[in-house]
Design a protein around this ligand. Structure first.
Ligand SMILES: Nc1ncnc2c1ncn2[C@@H]1O[C@H](COP(=O)(O)OP(=O)(O)OP(=O)(O)O)[C@@H](O)[C@H]1O
Ligand SMILES: [Mg+2]
Length: 340
């Protein structure tokens, strides 16, 4: 039950995204901080009030700043019984602010706003066991548009990022156990046609209890309903093998392990040649944010993928320049065949 007093509903919200209006209550205004809060569930109010008080210049003792970097702040809110994680994002461009208002993410209205991230978090949490619970979305509105947003999630107490857990795990059997759990997570993403465009070993959180599924965080850049879930999985697996693989193992060792994982997730579908080639490239190259993974996974036909052009684009990244191109090793066709 919500225990809100002094609630104020502000403005007109007819053009706000449907998921906010249907799944959240609010927006509520708790003070003259300039912030409004959309609440998801009964535990959200205490957390939102705490962040509101911080925005007013208060110093609540339950709030601990975890980091403050590039204008992005993260906090732990020590609230009983549910500690929370809060992160604040600033939207510097007008287009991003309009995207945040309308809840649209596209090339024009950008992808990097808290409204998109909140929608992705809810999608992941409601479709898979690998999402983090969302409690609230806060917004500072200027001239009718949100210019800062705060996402409040449940705090994963005692959980650690996969990269860190992997480094501290030396026994082969323990590492196998981690790979099995990772496979289960990636299978969920595959089954539900989700591509996390920023999946890496730091964005997968691991609980101490091995019977509890791992969780995915930082879902701002994500595609749902992807047309090519195989390609999405190839990108996920390749990147994670780059992150977790022993650098001395080289691309062939990483690739072998990636093929096994890919096969376990996708079964027979794994033989699709283009998905195999993307897997190899994702094991070999760093895929920067400038390369559109979104286009790859949303492409209607795998046959229409021009892998040679994709590789040429990857090679323009200075961090890949020292690598021997896969086409030169005959691992990829020199020119992708044109679609029939
Ligand atoms: N729900 C959570 N519970 C506990 N810790 C979390 C939670 N979500 C994120 N973290 C920690 O906070 C860090 C930053 O979170 P996140 O990646 O979502 O923010 P970000 O601003 O996008 O960061 P970056 O730019 O570094 O990727 C994560 O690497 C993780 O260690
Ligand atoms: Mg992050």
């Amino acid at each position: 039950m919500l225990m809100i007093d002094h609630e104020t509903l502000t403005g007109r919200h007819s053009f706000r995204p449907r998921f906010l209006k249907t799944l959240f209550s609010g927006p509520f205004v708790f003070s003259d901080s300039g912030w409004q809060w959309w609440l998801h569930g009964s535990e959200a109010e205490a957390a939102a009030r705490l962040m509101d008080s911080h925005q007013r210049g208060g110093h609540p003792t339950q709030l601990v700043m975890l980091r403050n970097y590039k204008g992005r702040q993260a906090f732990r809110l020590n609230i009983d019984p549910l500690p929370c994680f809060a992160k604040e994002v600033a939207m510097t461009s007008l287009r991003t602010r309009i995207g945040a208002l309308l809840g649209r993410s596209n090339v024009l209205l950008r992808y990097d706003h808290g409204t998109a991230e909140t929608r992705h978090n809810l999608f992941l949490d409601s479709h898979t066991p690998n999402g983090v619970r969302t409690l609230a979305l806060g917004e500072r509105v200027r001239h009718g548009l949100p210019d800062r947003q705060i996402l409040i999630h449940e705090y994963l107490s005692g959980w650690r990022p996969l990269g860190e857990v992997w480094q501290s795990t030396e026994q082969v059997d323990d590492r196998k156990g981690l790979i099995n759990r990772l496979e289960a997570l990636l299978r969920e993403l595959y089954t539900h046609r989700i591509c996390h465009l920023d999946l890496n070993a730091g964005h997968i959180m691991v609980p101490e209890d091995p019977s509890i599924p791992m969780r995915v965080i930082d879902c701002g850049r994500m595609c749902t309903s992807v047309r090519n879930p195989l390609i999405a999985t190839a990108l996920h697996v390749g990147k994670l093998m780059r992150d977790l693989g022993d650098p001395s193992q080289g691309v062939s060792g990483r690739h072998e392990q990636a093929r096994n994982i890919f096969g376990n997730i996708a079964g027979e579908a794994v033989e699709a040649p283009r998905a195999q080639q993307i897997l190899l490239m994702a094991c070999h190259y760093r895929i920067s944010k400038r390369v559109s993974k979104r286009r790859l996974v949303m492409n209607a036909s795998q046959k229409a993928l021009d892998l040679a052009a994709f590789e040429a684009r990857l090679l323009t990244d200075h961090r890949n320049r020292a690598l021997l191109p896969l086409t030169a090793r005959n691992a990829l066709p020199a020119r992708a065949s044109s679609p029939p």
